[in-house]
Design a protein around this ligand. Structure first.
Ligand code: SF4
Length: 387
């Protein structure tokens, strides 16, 4: 018989988190089974959490406070960590901690926001052989804190997808390569069998809709003033999909399961999230992206778009290009055998080491690095177009 657990739903504004989060955890009768705690928030970008792109540091702060006061957990036994692709080097991770607000946990509790790229690992067997995961999954109570967001490749990024932040950089890339593992969806699903959180708290005070997972011209913040919590990750993700107005059966990495909810009635909080476009686009600048393009490349593209839109002299230059060319194409990811059909020679650029062969075979200019730097992409486009 399948054991159906209960997912809690509570209304909470940012100001009410100190009261509402404990209320939610009491509602689902959460009690940690271990005395050591590992918290994995989704902190994918160096951006203010009110954007809906990252888990609110205030939520994590109140969770820590609750664990210390209610469950007698020592602050020395709490770890907060994330392993992003884009901010994997320590100097970049420090910037991530600062700009996301997670650095405040260190000042308040002495809990350092840990770069999981450097953490001790254990080897686990999974469908595709062996995978190295943080040792904390064995030694600590594991709390997964995703944000409710739509995602251009995975359709949504919730608790199951948040677990990609547990991976080493090489595995993050391999998750997008069907030649190494299965599809992205299958890899996320298989990971959920070996990385199993004890608690999921989904942050939907600020959520993100459109072409996520980060802020760009095609995505926008959605303020829901909601928090969800449950001890079964797949059930919590099912409830999130219901709230987002998305059919879970169309999201290939999330199995449809039965669930029950407690707190605010599910019907009262259902809404409709704008879904992600399959490609990023600003004016005449198109990004052709295969499923094999990993988050590092998509992050570079998002940062490039933000710069083009918000740095005035660049904005003017790209407006000029918009008048001259009907389209300019970028290609990211390794699966392209040929140039995209609508692209025109002289107006197409390859981005990232994965596109080296395509660039060479077709004599297309390229930013060869992996990951590619967003400034180099802008430079390459301008060098070859604005003459
Ligand atoms: S080139 Fe881009 S898509 Fe390919 S592995 Fe590097 S960052 Fe990922």
């Amino acid at each position: 018989m399948v054991n159906i657990l209960t997912v809690g739903i509570i209304k909470s504004s940012l100001k009410e988190v100190d009261v509402k989060l404990p209320e939610l955890l009491e509602l689902i009768k959460y009690k940690p089974k271990k005395k050591k705690i590992f918290i994995k928030p989704n902190v994918v970008d160096a951006i203010n959490a009110k954007s809906g792109v990252i888990a609110l540091p205030q939520l994590v702060d109140e969770l820590i406070n609750y664990l210390i006061k209610k469950h007698d957990i020592s602050k020395e036994d709490i770890v907060v960590g994330e392993g992003t692709g884009y901010f994997n080097e320590d100097k970049h991770f420090e910037r991530l901690a600062k700009e996301s607000g997670y650095i405040k946990l260190e000042k308040k509790y002495g809990i350092k926001f840990e770069n999981l790229q450097n953490t001790e690992r254990v080897t686990k067997k999974w469908k595709y052989g062996e995978i190295e995961l943080p040792k904390y999954l064995d030694t600590h109570e594991y709390i997964n804190i995703p944000v409710m967001k739509t995602h251009m490749q995975a359709t949504v990024t919730l608790a199951m997808k948040n677990q990609k932040g547990l991976l080493l950089l090489k595995d993050k890339r391999n998750f997008h390569r069907s030649s190494t593992y299965g599809s992205l969806h299958d890899s996320i699903y298989e990971l959920s069998k070996v990385a199993i959180p004890d608690l999921v708290v989904t942050s939907a005070i600020f959520a993100l809709e459109g072409t996520g997972p980060t802020l760009n011209a095609q995505s926008k913040t959605k303020k829901l003033d909601l928090i969800l919590a449950g001890t079964d990750m797949i059930e919590v993700d099912n409830v999130s999909c219901e709230i987002m107005g998305l059919d879970v059966e169309k999201i290939k990495h999330i199995p449809k399961v039965k669930f029950s909810t407690i707190g605010v009635p599910l019907e009262a909080v259902k809404t409709k999230f704008a879904e992600a476009d399959p490609f990023l686009k600003v004016r005449n600048l198109y990004v052709n992206q295969s499923d094999a393009a990993c988050t590092l490349c998509t992050m570079s593209i998002s940062r490039m778009f933000r710069k083009i839109l918000f740095v005035e002299d660049l904005r003017k230059k790209f407006e000029e290009l918009n008048k001259i060319y009907d389209r300019i194409d970028l290609v990211i990811g390794s699966d392209f055998e040929e140039l995209p059909a609508n692209a025109k020679i002289g107006q197409i650029f390859c981005v990232g080491a994965c596109t080296s062969k395509l660039a060479k075979n077709n004599d297309v200019p390229i930013v060869k690095d992996c990951p590619p730097n967003h400034n180099d992409i802008i430079k390459l486009i301008l060098e070859h177009t604005l003459k």
